[in-house]
Design a protein around this ligand. Structure first.
Ligand SMILES: [Zn+2]
Length: 704
């Protein structure tokens, strides 16, 4: 049943609309054993038309297996009920990761159509399992006997998690409630696919076309060259095209002298999904929030947030709001100070307008250069993508002894994907790692790490994982390699951290792979700390032209500037976390005017007008199409953990062997086999402290 977590993250739904012919079954690669290296999906042989028949057959197969478990005449045992359920759905486990990964990273209109067909099918299967009374009866019997069954710790945890999944999936409801729950789940699955699809269309639709060279003033050569390439690709050679994709819009907002063009592109960005056209997401947002609230009520929870958070380290909304509020006031105070220095810079340059959201990044860059003499573009010249991932692999090697061996015989779904075999310190095979770095029209925004195959044991054999990291990094241009900004470098390390969490996993049951969302960013965010450590920077940075290592002076400047603009970054992020929580604190059947709701949520926390919430509701993909509902706070919750955990290294040394071994054994290998706080305490020897985070973000003065 490993796909359960997948569909939450991925996509979903609406009526069948096409009449395309299914490929003949015998030619469908999903029905064969894959003879590729390490059993990586044979992407070159998989076409759009293979998915639906494979998923349908997979669903039918799993339904049969589940029925057989439910109708067994034997008395229920761990092996014949819980373990069999965990292993059920092998074909579906093979198809759905390929499908959901491709609909995120390399999608097309046909695949999106299929996604809308598939989502309600998967939602219905999920309901058929959790709402099956006979099956639940057997699961419950095993659960009731759990103390007497002589189970190992993983087995016991699997019994508990399985039972809880059924209860949370509605197993205890009456027939009427079950019927309504199914309808709600089905509709939600469709809406979340539509939300993501609309956003992709809106993001791709906008272009800022510049035909006057003077309008490029202030922009670095890298950004100009990329814009010229983008124009050429769009059939507008000789002009410059800027888009709403991260490598295009953020440099534009940081450097373009033309204030009106900055206003135009940021306005386009923040109006996505809110333009009253056919891709408008407002109704979808309101409906999703109402349906989630209704579902929570059916299941016996006050709100969707209560329902979600029960499974997290935070435990309940008070736990989340408590941390957010603790950080909000100091962050807001720092952001107001930052706004003052930006306003002063505006005045110093002989202007008299009031700082606006499209000015923040631009003047922040100016203040940064004046105060720290740190020029991001100068830094970029040392950060070639090629060296950065070598640097990230270097850190993984120093910490855990891992080797990433590039292999060209591993199948890939796009020519730009890089393929690696990952080996443990003793040379044994750990898994496969795919890396997909640059934006394409068929890829959604952001960066993520996912799996084509999760690690687990099957018939006593350790099945090793196939992991993919997908990013939207700056492209190489005609005469330059891909040069990354500092934030992109941190993202690269971050996603590799998620990758390591998957690659190092050593658990028996796929059903225990799920980790609480406010814990799952610990392995990723801790990796960011190594990215800018001088000891690491010196090893892997090289100037892209001269090959010279990064000068000490520049490293010092990077370190000095680390706390710069943290008020902005923290406020922008926390505001989105509050907004997410507020959306999921609704009680049932409250339909909302999305814009008014958002405005009220942000006024309540007194968000300053110079800062736009990091995601406005109509493009808040994390929470409306990405599995982070009532979970966006998780990044900062995990940051409490990662700053505290990184300190455990720093207290000894950057690559301290014993600390790394403990982190690997107690955290990275464990998946969700134990309570997250218990795992953390075993690593750290105590509960996490919030102090290192406050210091790192400059939100608190060091005492003593
Ligand atoms: Zn992450």
């Amino acid at each position: 049943m490993k796909w359960l977590s997948l569909i939450l993250v991925a996509l979903s739904v609406s009526p069948l609309t096409t009449g395309a012919q299914a490929a003949p079954a015998e030619a469908n690669p999903f029905f064969e054993e894959w003879k590729t290296p390490f059993g990586v999906p044979p992407f070159e042989r998989i076409t759009n038309e293979h998915f639906l028949p494979a998923i349908q057959k997979g669903i039918a197969g799993e339904r049969q297996e589940v029925e057989a478990i439910a109708n067994s005449r034997e008395a229920p045992t761990f092996a014949n009920t819980i373990e069999r359920l965990d292993a059920a759905g092998e074909l579906l486990d093979k198809v759905t990761p390929v499908f959901s990964n491709l609909t995120s990273a390399e999608t097309n209109d046909r695949l999106q159509e299929i996604a809308k067909q598939v989502a309600p099918l998967l939602a219905a299967l999920r309901d058929d399992i959790f709402l099956n009374e006979k099956l639940f009866g057997r699961v419950k019997q095993v659960w009731e006997q759990r103390d007497r069954l002589k189970l190992g710790p993983e087995q016991r945890k699997l019994v508990e998690e399985t039972y809880k999944d059924f209860v949370r999936g509605g197993a205890n409801l009456d027939a009427e409630q079950k019927k309504r729950l199914r309808e709600v789940n089905r509709e939600l699955s469709v809406l979340s696919v539509r939300f993501g699809e609309n956003l992709l269309k809106e993001t791709n639709a906008y272009r800022l076309v510049i035909d006057n060279r003077a309008d490029l003033a202030g922009l670095p050569e890298t950004a100009i060259a990329a814009a010229a390439d983008a124009a050429k690709a769009a059939g507008q050679a000789g002009k410059w095209v800027f888009t709403l994709h991260a490598p295009s819009i953020w440099p534009f907002l940081s450097y373009a002298d033309n204030r009106d063009l900055r206003r135009q592109i940021l306005t386009a960005y923040i109006q996505r999904g809110d333009q009253g056209n056919q891709f408008d997401n407002k109704q979808i947002v309101s409906r999703i929030a109402a349906l989630r609230a209704e579902r929570a009520k059916i299941l016996g929870y006050p709100t969707h947030a209560h329902y979600v958070l029960e499974e997290r380290m935070a435990k309940n909304p008070d736990g989340v709001y408590g941390l957010l509020k603790q950080l909000w006031e100091p962050a807001l105070a720092v952001a107001h100070q930052e706004a003052q220095s930006l306003q002063a810079m505006i005045q110093a340059q002989g202007q008299d307008f009031k700082l606006a959201p499209w000015d923040w990044r631009y003047y922040a860059e100016k203040v940064k250069q004046a105060r720290y003499e740190l020029d991001e573009n100068q830094v970029r010249e040392y950060f070639t993508l090629e060296n950065m991932w070598k640097g990230a692999f270097y850190v993984a090697n120093r910490l855990y002894g891992l080797k990433f061996v590039e292999r060209t015989d591993i199948p890939k779904y796009h020519p730009e994907v890089r393929t690696f075999e990952v080996q443990d310190a003793d040379g044994s095979h750990l898994g496969v790692f795919l890396a997909d770095f640059h934006p394409r029209p068929g890829k959604r925004g952001g960066a993520w790490s996912s799996r084509y195959r999760g690690q687990r044991f099957r018939a006593g054999k350790d099945i090793r994982p196939i992991v993919v990291n997908v990013c939207n990094f700056t492209r190489p241009t005609a005469d330059q390699p891909a040069l990354l900004g500092l934030e992109e470098v941190e993202t690269l390390f971050h996603e590799l951290g998620h990758g390591l969490h998957s690659l190092l996993s050593r658990i028996h049951y796929g059903g225990l792979a799920r980790v609480p969302q406010d814990f799952v960013e610990l392995p990723s965010q801790i990796m960011e700390h190594w990215a800018t450590e001088p000891e690491v920077l010196k090893v892997y940075t090289k100037h892209y032209k001269t090959g010279a290592p990064i000068p000490d002076e520049l490293i010092t400047k990077i370190k000095n500037a680390e706390k710069f603009n943290q008020g902005f970054a923290t406020v922008e992020y926390l505001a989105a976390s509050f907004l997410d929580m507020d959306w999921h604190m609704l009680s049932a059947e409250q339909h909302q005017d999305v814009i008014a709701f958002e405005k009220a949520a942000l006024e309540k926390i007194r968000l300053m007008p110079e800062i736009v919430v990091r995601y406005r509701s109509p493009y808040f993909q994390h929470i409306f199409s990405g599995g982070y509902a009532a979970g966006y706070y998780s990044y900062i919750w995990s940051e409490v953990l990662d700053t505290d955990a990184f300190r455990a290294f720093k207290e000894k040394s950057l690559f301290d062997e014993a600390t790394a071994r403990s982190f690997r054994r107690n955290i990275l290998e464990k998946g969700g086999t134990e309570d997250a706080m218990e795992m953390y305490k075993r690593f750290r020897g105590r509960e996490p402290s919030v102090e290192p985070l406050l210091e790192k973000r400059g939100l608190k003065r060091k005492t003593g």
